[in-house]
Design a protein around this ligand. Structure first.
Ligand code: AMP
Ligand code: MG
Length: 405
């Protein structure tokens, strides 16, 4: 089996995935703003209106013209009306007058400053406002958050709740977003039993299905779990080729290594196309990427921690490429909390805990249970610590990159 890159660097693998996925970009669809959060924006949004759309009060209090105040001391203003949040009343406020106002209410004509309710004394139709209020105090100016006609959301950004809400605040009722990829999830292995069923000698529970399904759901997708595949090439072929005609992405785990029962690389070479097999990373070295029919095919290794690391790095690269997500995923710099002897050459994603120290530094504490079957270590961790290629003795305090998980 040759004719495709093998034992490649992690960065090359990520590039190949981006490239292949970019050519298969999913179509855009229009969704109501109420359903847009979590999706990737497929258009640029320019503000159709200003935010705030009009000058308004920042506080509950009294609005007046700043020119009404004397420099010396508190000032008595005549209460001339009320303006609550809602439609602008047809009030004309003269110098020496004020209007009762609530937070978010438009400033009536003739006013430019607000005195906070708690600082004022009401005596019938007279309101005493304190001295020393600055001109324009507690007023939110039209357009001070967003001016009309400016770029507010870039194409390719992830619509976070705040961004979807910004679109709503601007009156944008629907947004063009990239379609969500449909994903078929397969686990493989004659040893697998579903939780809830009895375990015969030699069998283990299928934990990767839940891992992959949960990771995909955390990406805002609705993945489909297929029945687990036996280590039988014919039955694997039937199910995988079936899924590949109907889904955008097929993700498998297990069966990609060099064992007698690792049928997937051969199967993909025969019924599809391999873009790469094996990446110089730890864990996850045997990861396989290619395509089959209409689906992109990501064959993750079987060990649970390999599934986690390869999905979070290469799997998300694939999803981002398909959805044209341009914003990089967050990654942090942290100081190592303990030394780490890295004795191999591959890029490593080590499980660990990212916490802040009392003196305000981010610290990454490696988990010493670093083998790829040690799921407990992953469950106890909240981060992957990234050690670049090359063997190296890291000391406590060395700066490392960290990915949240
Ligand atoms: P494989 O690459 O298929 O040889 O699998 C590597 C290791 O991962 C073996 O110890 C498998 O038993 C284990 N493994 C594979 N698939 C799963 C799964 N779905 N859940 C838990 N462990 C698995
Ligand atoms: Mg297997």
């Amino acid at each position: 089996m040759t004719g495709y890159p093998t034992r490649i660097e992690f960065a090359t693998a990520a590039e190949i995935i981006r490239d292949v996925a970019g050519k298969r970009m999913l179509k855009a669809e229009r969704v109501p703003v109420t359903r847009a959060s979590g999706r990737v924006l497929a258009e640029a949004i320019t503000s159709p209106i200003a935010l705030p759309p009009f000058d308004n009060s920042r506080m509950d209090g009294f609005a007046f013209a700043h020119g009404s105040l004397s420099a010396e001391g508190p000032m008595a203003l005549r209460l001339a009306g009320e303006q609550f949040a809602g439609l602008l009343q047809d009030l004309d406020v003269a110098p020496g007058e004020c209007v009762r106002i609530t937070t978010g209410a438009p400033l009536p004509r003739g006013t430019d400053t607000v005195a906070i309710k708690e600082d004022c004394v009401e005596e019938g139709v007279v309101v005493r406002v304190p001295a020393g209020i600055a001109a324009g105090a507690d007023v939110r100016r039209r357009g001070e958050d967003v001016r009309a006609g400016v770029l507010v959301l870039e194409e390719g950004c992830l619509l976070t709740p705040a961004r979807a809400s910004l679109a709503a605040a601007l009156g944008v009722a629907s947004l063009a977003v990239t379609q969500r990829p449909t994903v078929a999830v397969f686990t493989t292995g004659d040893e697998l039993v579903e939780p809830g069923l009895p375990l015969a000698p030699g069998q283990i529970y299928n934990s990767n299905r839940e891992l992959l399904m949960a990771l995909l759901r955390a990406e805002g997708l609705e993945p489909t779990a297929w029945p687990s595949l036996p280590d039988d090439p014919e039955r694997m072929t039937t199910m995988l080729t079936d899924a590949a005609t109907a889904f955008d992405v097929v993700i498998t785990c297990g069966g990609v290594s060099a064992g007698e029962k690792d049928h997937l690389p051969g199967l993909l070479a025969e019924h599809g196309r391999i873009h790469f097999w094996k990446v110089r990373m730890k864990p996850g070295m045997p990861v396989l990427f290619g395509e089959m029919d209409r689906a992109l095919f990501l064959g993750l290794p079987g060990n649970p921690v390999s599934v986690l690391a390869t999905f979070l790095t290469l799997g998300r690269e694939l999803l981002d490429g398909l959805q044209r997500r341009r914003e990089p995923r967050p990654q942090w710099k942290a100081v190592l909390g303990a030394p780490w002897k890295k004795q191999h050459e591959r890029l490593e994603f080590l499980r660990g805990r990212l916490d802040s120290t009392p003196d305000g530094r981010l610290q990454a504490m490696p988990n010493t249970a670093d083998a790829s079957h040690q799921l407990r270590a992953a469950a106890d961790s909240n981060a992957l610590i990234v050690f670049p290629e090359g063997a190296h003795d890291y000391r406590a305090g060395d700066v490392v990159d960290v990915i949240g998980c």
